[in-house]
Design a protein around this ligand. Structure first.
Ligand code: FAD
Length: 555
């Protein structure tokens, strides 16, 4: 899955069939009433999850290479399936994610024998896995881990490791048949596969959580747990943190798709609700102050995030590598957009939205985790900022100017998709980064992380521009989502580009001026191109009207 070679994955018909099978299973087994009840009872539906990951549905097969009995899904396949699962229930989707996460250290770093054994068991037996990285005192900073793995030579001469420590917030922790556990061996952090029934392994009570209450989250306690040396992932100590990084490139796209699926699930409840709900003499859907605040901007943000996810997935499938920074951008954009969309959906349903029965409040509680697990939003900002800062230095400040020129070149053959305005945002970001370099402003961590945020927004805008341009030419990939037509995508892209450009222009002035003495503000505003960004807002209201019409099927 993390290979550097091209992957085609499922053919489009098989992907469509997989998505249909998931929908059918959900319609049959996961009624809305049941999901609400399980959420209220804070219950993990273990039997249902085992059936989903067993012969009946076999959803886990998508994530496993074909040589080990899986379907060898590509990154695009995985994004489409994760989006669909999240729209059904994010807790259940998390349980599937946990098995994938748990297997990924083996996929990226395991020996051929370990892969055959463990990936084979996931494929054939549908075992549930857990991924044990986080500890009570080691979360974002995994290198602070304290769990130890001590090698000992037993009487017969066999080398085994004794694991001691605790793992915190482990999805499937209470139920997994096996877990990959990161522990500090003499050679450094190392992954071990630990059997669920290994003596000395105990599991905490399920956590009483804000959301994803249909997933099991529990601590793992390791007290002299004996792990044979052949269960040391890859057979060599000290590669654990590198392998954990490799895992992220792929799994962050899964979580990004979760944010996208959950965000759209919330909007897909708010949109029909607002056509039925009559207030002030007409349906809410006819009120601009409602749609243009609670619906349209969220649909736009989600589609910018989709563009970033889809493009990154296609590039991973084309063999461009793990694309860690792009994965971080996709996760950041999609999970923040999903969270904001779900919150807006509660508002859009008013008092009804605040009750369990209307489900949007459950989606809001569920989607909240996506900005936390698999790297928090702040860690995503840092990851993006550091990577793009290096690009800025390496290119002597030209990185985002060059990207802007590419967008400008796209504007002539593909007018009307907002490429010109996205280019303004890129130029402004390049100027902000240069101003930061000259005045050494990234010594303020807050400024560095704001640069990361703006870089993600700008790159999301560029991805949506390219997606809209491809859609206009009929060139979207065969497995791309086709929910919106080219005209609507173009309007969304223009609106998004304007918004992003405005945010970059305004924030750049804020952070540069806010860290300085107030001199040179006018020159800064000119260098950033703020007047052009302001002028580019012409047409915004017409686009928002057009997007609302498109979302409500009024065109
Ligand atoms: C429901 C759930 C399921 C989970 N499942 C798993 C799982 O299956 N396996 C697993 O290993 N882990 C799992 N996790 C753990 C999850 O990945 C961590 O909670 C997450 O990485 C954050 O770590 P932390 O909770 O220790 O927070 P911290 O790292 O303490 O962060 C707290 C806050 O500080 C911010 N912060 C941290 N470092 C910095 C910094 N250097 N600069 C600025 N701000 C910073 C963070 O962004 C965050 O806002 C799960 C967590 C939950 C809640």
């Amino acid at each position: 899955m993390t290979a550097m070679t091209a992957t085609t994955g499922l053919d489009p018909e098989s992907l469509a069939f997989t998505l249909e099978s998931i929908d059918e299973f959900a319609q049959r087994e996961l009624s809305e009433g049941l999901l609400i009840e399980l959420d209220e009872r804070d219950e993990f539906p273990e039997g249902l999850v085992r059936r989903m990951c067993g012969e009946e549905l076999g959803v886990q097969l998508l994530f496993l290479p074909e040589q080990y009995g899986g379907m060898g899904g590509s990154a695009v396949d995985v994004y489409r399936v994760c989006e669909r699962m999240a729209a059904i229930d994010l807790g259940i989707a998390t349980s599937v994610l946990a098995t994938v996460l748990g297997s990924e250290p083996i996929t990226v770093g395991g020996t051929p024998e370990q892969r055959a054994l463990w990936l084979g068991r996931i494929a054939d037996e549908g075992i549930l896995m857990a991924y044990g990285a986080t500890e009570p005192d080691a979360g974002s900073d995994l290198a602070a881990l304290k769990t130890t793995a001590k090698p000992v030579v037993e009487d017969g001469g066999e080398v085994v490791y004794l694991l001691n420590g605790a793992k915190q917030w482990i999805s499937n922790g209470g139920v997994a048949d096996a877990a990959t556990v990161l522990a500090l061996a003499p050679g450094g952090p190392t992954w071990f596969v630990v059997d669920g029934n290994a003596p000395g392994l105990t599991r905490g009570e399920p956590e009483d959580k804000h959301g994803i209450r249909l997933s099991n989250t529990a601590a793992l306690f390791l007290d002299n747990v004996r792990v044979p040396a052949e269960q040391l992932v890859g057979g060599v100590e000290g590669h654990g943190l590198v392998q954990a990084q490799q895992v992220f490139g792929y799994t962050r796209l899964m979580v990004a798709a979760f944010g996208l699926g959950a965000g759209w699930a919330a909007l897909d409840r708010a949109i029909p609700y607002s056509t039925e709900r009559i207030q002030g003499g007409g349906p809410l859907s006819a009120k601009q102050g409602y749609t243009h605040k609670l619906i349209v901007p969220h649909a736009v943000r989600l589609e910018a995030a989709r563009a970033a996810i889809e493009e990154t997935a296609e590039r991973i499938d084309a063999g461009e590598g793990a694309l860690n920074a792009e994965g971080a951008i996709a996760k950041y954009l999609a999970t923040e957009a999903g969270n904001a969309a779900a919150d807006a959906a509660i508002q859009a349903l008013g008092g009804y939205g605040y009750t369990h029965e209307y489900v949007v409040e459950k989606i809001k509680r569920d989607v909240r985790i996506t900005t936390i697990y698999e790297g928090t939003s702040e860690i995503m900002e840092m990851t993006v900022a550091r990577d793009r800062w290096q690009q800025h230095l390496k290119t002597r400040g030209d990185h985002y100017h060059a990207a802007a020129r590419e967008l400008e070149a796209l504007d002539a053959p593909s007018p009307g998709v907002g490429a010109d305005v996205a280019a303004l945002a890129h130029h402004a970001l390049a100027e902000l980064m240069e101003a930061c370099r000259l005045a050494r402003l990234t010594r303020h961590q807050h400024v560095l992380l704001r640069v990361g945020q703006l870089a993600a927004l700008v790159e999301g805008a560029a991805a949506l521009v390219r997606r809209a341009a491809r859609a206009a030419e009929g060139g979207l990939g065969p497995k791309a989502s086709r929910r919106f037509d080219a005209r609507l995508l173009a309007a969304m892209s223009r609106a998004n580009a304007r918004n992003v450009a405005m945010t970059v222009g305004t924030d750049a002035v804020r952070w540069v001026t806010g860290t300085g003495d107030g001199s040179g503000v006018e020159q800064l505003v000119a260098r950033l191109g703020v007047p052009a960004i302001q002028a580019a807002q012409v047409g915004l209201m017409a686009d928002l009207d057009g997007i609302a019409d498109g979302l409500y099927g009024r065109t």
